[in-house]
Design a binder for this molecule. Structure first.
Ligand code: NAD
Length: 498
């Protein structure tokens, strides 16, 4: 399909796509496909006030009824899957299967959140006082500001929004300035669900378009109690302290520097498949992309040779074409950053295989051959996240050394080990093992399912989204003590007779 056809099947009109100040370009060929209107910083006061008003109504709607809206959203997403997936490909450059996979993830989280809408459980707690009962209640918090990155332009919104809505909160979404069209398409899809739902408050979900200054208005407003921000560690280092300074709740999902340890007992064929998908999938532009391979010295040479062979045959090019596995980087600047990091790695003693620009891809796009870089040690360059398909290879002698190397980076998102040795696998998962939010065995670090809580430690920000009990991050906990006796005993036996 052409760009125009994809935009049209997603319901875009001339008015949506023209006359605005924000140019949107497709990574596929660099073509400018729209000029969309930006929200001004001056508009943000009205947006936030509308969200507060929606909150006052939405918080009193029973949670299972709120779940019904998310169920309808899931239905609308099912119907729109092919169109929205194609738009993700157009705007973020993902291959077709990954664009569709991203929409499937949205459907999955909707299903999860619908069930959750009947399971926002609090505890009953034993009281030390006779005739007393204690319990915990979970209440809505207020507007959730969602700031998202370009590389998961729609899934991250759905993780936050499906949960926020069932938890009784309105949402204000500021997508990446590189991907406003997918966000506008989601807003249209949600509008269809809202129309079927019937009586949701206006302003329950609002989309604001623009760059960091628009995000900043959310970040600094006391009327937006939760800020869920996904993006670079640089962005999180600005946003996190600002939200904390005004006593808001930040949910930070920042950069990763994810590693795989390959032990001598590993099934190497399986490891190679996992490595290639994790390192080059989405052209290395996933927060969970594999960036460091820590291989036992006894198998290092063999594995590197197998990887070089696998890398040589990878189809790179137009992400819309069947068979392509590596699409473009998001833009030229990303390609320049990749080249600069490869040059730095060379000066640090690295041997680079691949990494060149691919000139026979679609003209106008930033296509690259993924790079394998053999490093003598874990240098400064290796310790940084470069958002491109660069895989650094390091050797190790003992598992303790491997785990120490893996943990010795500022980020703490995803990690994994390939081993058939139970003791090694359990050590890796133990308190003395991986320090990441995600730790896997015999599976790569990327491609998480929505059932688990997603997020990481250290400079990854500590936030958790998606499954498990991540919903608690979107609600406030209230401890209740109820006295059903005719006495008024004090806790800890304190006497205070009047
Ligand atoms: P980015 O940090 O450049 O931008 C992310 C978002 O933050 C954008 O919407 C941007 O406008 C906004 N922003 C930037 N500065 C801001 C400020 N001062 N105040 C308010 N908003 C601000 O990131 P990117 O290039 O779009 O995405 C790539 C990065 O995102 C990588 O580091 C990747 O690892 C990370 N990421 C993390 C996760 C995760 O779940 N941990 C998921 C996806 C991407």
């Amino acid at each position: 399909m052409t760009h125009a056809e994809i935009l049209s099947t997603n319901g875009f009109t001339e008015v949506d796509l023209t006359g605005g100040s924000l140019a949107v370009r497709s990574p596929i060929d660099g073509a400018t496909v729209a000029h969309v209107h930006e929200t001004t910083a001056g508009d943000m006061g009205t947006v936030i006030a509308r969200s507060q008003e929606a909150f006052r109504a939405w918080r009193t709607v029973p949670a299972p009824r709120r779940g019904e809206l998310v169920r309808l959203l899931g239905e609308e997403l099912r119907a729109a899957k092919d169109d929205l997936g194609a738009l993700v490909t157009l705007e973020a450059g993902k291959i077709t299967s990954e664009g569709l996979g991203e929409v499937q993830e949205m459907i999955d989280i909707c299903d999860f959140a619908v069930g959750l809408s009947r399971q926002l459980y609090g505890l009953n707690i034993a009281s030390e006082r006779p005739g007393h009962r204690m319990m915990e209640s979970w209440h809505p918090m207020g507007p959730v500001g969602v700031i998202s990155a370009f590389n998961f332009p729609v899934a991250v919104w759905s993780w936050n929004t499906a949960l926020a809505l069932v938890c009784g909160n309105p949402v204000i979404w500021k997508p990446s300035e590189k991907t406003p069209l997918t966000a506008m398409a989601c807003q249209k899809i949600l509008a269809r669900a809202l129309a079927r739902f019937g009586n949701a408050p206006e302003g329950l979900h609002q989309l604001v378009i623009g760059g960091p200054d628009v995000g900043e208005a959310l970040v600094s407003s006391k009327d937006v109690p939760i800020i869920s921000a996904t993006g670079s560690t640089r962005m999180g280092s600005v946003v996190g302290p600002k939200v904390a300074a005004r006593w808001g709740r930040p949910i930070l999902e920042l950069g990763g520097n994810n590693a795989m340890i390959v032990a001598p007992s590993a099934d190497l064929d399986m490891a190679v498949r996992a490595i290639v998908f994790s390192a080059v999938g989405t052209a290395g532009q996933r927060c969970t992309s594999l960036r460091r391979l820590i291989v036992h010295d006894s198998i290092r040479e063999t594995l590197v040779e197998q990887l070089k062979a696998a890398y040589a045959s990878l189809p790179i090019g137009d992400p819309r074409q069947e068979g392509t596995l590596i699409g473009p980087l998001v833009d030229e600047a990303a390609r320049d950053r990749m080249q600069a990091q490869l040059n730095k790695a060379r000066t640090e003693g690295g041997t680079v295989h691949g990494g060149e620009s691919v000139t026979d891809g679609v003209p106008g796009g930033a296509y690259v051959r993924p790079a394998l870089v053999e490093m003598p040690e874990q240098t400064e360059t290796v310790r940084e996240e470069t958002f491109a398909p660069i895989l650094y290879v390091l050797g190790y002698e003992t598992l303790d050394d491997a785990i120490a190397l893996q943990n010795d980076v500022p980020q703490g998102l995803s990690s994994c080990i390939f081993t058939l040795n139970l003791l090694e696998a359990e050590t890796f998962l133990s308190a003395a093992g991986s320090d990441c939010g995600i730790a896997n065995v015999n599976i790569g670090p990327s491609g998480a399912e929505i059932g688990g809580a997603f997020g990481g430690e250290k400079e990854t920000g500590g936030g958790r989204e998606s499954g498990s009990d991540a919903w608690k991050g979107y609600m406030r906990r209230q401890t209740n003590t109820i006295n059903y006796s005719a006495e008024l005993p004090l806790a800890q036996g304190v006497k205070f007779d009047i």
